[in-house]
Structure formats: C-alpha cells, structure tokens
Design a protein around this ligand. Structure first.
Ligand code: AMP
Length: 316
C-alpha cells in the first residue's frame, strides 16, 4: 500500500562540484524524494520521462518498491538540469534547465492515487502542482517544495498553491526571495501566514528549522567534514521527514514532528556523501536508524537540560 503520492521532476542531471562531476545521472525532485521516503513507507510517483530515459534508472526506483504506474513515458526528451557548486555547497548555480517532456505534461491521477492520504508536490511548475492537488480527494496532509526557477517565473502561482498546503519546505535563500523578508525566520512567518501550518527551512551545513505552533525548532545538520554532491539534499530531507511522519499515527504530535526533522536531516546527510542517487538507493533501515540515534545522542544534552519528557502536543 502506498501512503505518499509524489509529483515532481524525474531528471537527467549533470553536476559539477569541488569533489568531481556527474554527467546525465539520475536526478529530479520526485526521484530523490521517492527514494528517501521509500525506507519508511510506500510511495507512488507521478511524473514524465522521455524516450531516452535509461531503463536502469527505472530499475533503481523499482528496486526500492516505488510505484511507477504514474510515471509516463512520453515522446521527446527527458527533463534535464545542469548545475554547479562552488566552495559554498549550499548555493547551486543553475547552468541549464531543459523542461522537455514536462512542458506539455498533464497529469491525470488514477482513482487509487486520488485517495492517497499524503501528497508531496515536489519541485516542478507550481501550476502542475496545483493541478495534481485539485484531483486529490481530501488528503490528510499536503506538503510542497519549490525553487528559484519557479519563484522567479511564477511567484503568484506558488502563493496560490501555498494557501492549500500544510507543510512547506524551502531553503533559506528561496524563502527570503519568495517573501522579500530580510531573514529566514521572518520569511517563515510570512509563509505560514499564507497557509502552511508547518514551515521547514533548510540552511545547508547550518542545519534546518521548523516553524510550528508559533515557535521555531532548530536542528543542526549532521556533521560531515566532506561532502561530494549536495544535489537533491532538499528533496531527500523532505522524503525522510514525510516518509517518517506518514508511518506514524499523528501528524500533529510535536515529538513526532521533531523526529521527522531528525530523519530528514539523517537522510539528507547520506545523500550528500556521493553523487546523484548513489548513496540513497542502497541504504537499509538499520543504517538509517543508527545515524538517526547518533544524531539524537549528539543533541541529548540539550534535551536533558530542557527537561523535555514524553509526548507533547503542538501548541495551539
Ligand atoms: P534540490 O537540490 O533538493 O533543490 O533538488 C535538485 C533536483 O531538482 C535536481 O535533481 C534537478 O533535476 C531538479 N530540478 C532542478 N531544477 C528544477 C526545476 N526548475 N523544476 C523541477 N526540478 C528541478
């Protein structure tokens, strides 16, 4: 049974970082998200690829149990993205975005897909994200992500979409750009006033924070002295966060939301250790939980001092 429906890009990425490069490797927002969430729950993917999409990439997703009934093969070329990172790995420089088959993609969900309880509208044209959401039948949780490309070209469509979203993921630069706010905390306040009750803002190696119930909860990144490729870290984070949350019984339990942040952090840390999806396609839950506990342990002094015990509800 799939719990999460994801719509987003499935891509061939060409990426250059200070550690090397990859050429036309498996990428895309829906790909990273689905692989990451697949360690926690069932995932069904909605997207499109071209005739040139290698069957081995399909196999990578299938081996993780991702339901690809909604991955259409269309005439034309697969979406391609090219980017590079300098010393500051949190800033991606987009060199090329070729939408190709995504230009004309019109997703039509099956009856089963419409009824799925959690939907993640991964980074893709916000109008496409809205089209998918409009077809859903009362999902329990709606989450989305976006990026500079769409903030520059379709900011109003993003704002319209956010009115119907529960959880919004963004990096700090994108959140400030979208809102015009001078810092990431204020940006999160503005975004939550537009709709999402949970706003997650990622700050690369400086960690991430979650705004929920009028409070900010701050998490460090998992400390890694060397990373190879930050591409997809945001989507992998969202996959860990939502995959874990979908596997719990409550989307409003503050302790579970904090664990979701820690699982998001854990999954993103695995992703950046190698190029493309290499690291996150071959993990197991034991390795994930080991790093999750390691991460929690490193933060345990803070938890003890705060005297936080048991489960607490999200403040109203
Ligand atoms: P992240 O590093 O988490 O922001 O995600 C990077 C992934 O997003 C890459 O694998 C790209 O293929 C994909 N991507 C880049 N630009 C776009 C875009 N404009 N729309 C959709 N997906 C994109």
């Amino acid at each position: 049974m799939s719990d999460i429906l994801v719509v987003g890009s499935v891509a061939l990425d060409s990426v250059k970082t200070t550690a090397g490069k990859s050429v036309e490797a498996l990428g895309g927002s829906a790909t990273y998200f689905a692989l990451s969430a697949s360690y926690f729950t069932g995932v069904a993917l909605v997207g499109v690829v071209g005739e040139d999409f290698p069957s081995e990439h399909r196999g990578t997703l299938e081996r993780r149990g991702v339901d690809l009934a909604g991955l259409k093969a269309a005439k034309g070329k697969t979406f391609r993205w090219a980017g590079s990172y300098g010393k500051d790995a949190s800033v991606a420089k987009t060199l090329a975005t070729d939408l190709n088959v995504f230009k004309t993609f019109k997703p039509v969900l099956s009856e089963a897909q419409r009824k799925m309880p959690v939907v993640f509208l991964a980074n893709i044209d916000p109008e496409l994200q809205s089209e998918v959401l409009a077809q859903m039948k009362g999902p329990a949780l709606v989450a989305c992500d976006t990026m500079n490309y769409w903030i520059d070209s379709k900011p109003e469509a993003i704002k319209k979409l956010l009115a119907k979203v529960d959880v919004f993921f963004s990096n700090d630069q994108e959140a400030m750009k979208l809102t015009g706010a001078p810092n990431a905390l204020q940006a999160a306040e503005v975004i939550s006033s537009w709709g999402p009750t949970i706003v997650v803002v990622k700050k690369g190696e400086h960690g991430a924070f979650m705004k929920v119930g009028g409070k900010f909860y701050v998490f460090p990144a998992f400390p890694l002295a060397r990373i190879k490729d930050p591409t997809g870290a945001g989507d992998t984070f969202a996959g860990g966060f939502l995959g874990y949350l979908a596997s719990t019984s409550s989307f409003k339990d503050l302790s579970e939301l904090k664990r979701a942040m820690a699982y998001g952090t854990t999954m993103a840390s695995f992703n950046v250790e190698d190029f493309s999806t290499k690291n996150i396609e071959a993990l197991d839950r034991e390795a994930i939980d080991e790093r999750f506990h390691d991460f929690a342990e490193r933060m345990s002094v803070l938890r003890l001092e705060a005297g936080v015990k048991g489960r607490r509800a999200v403040p109203a």
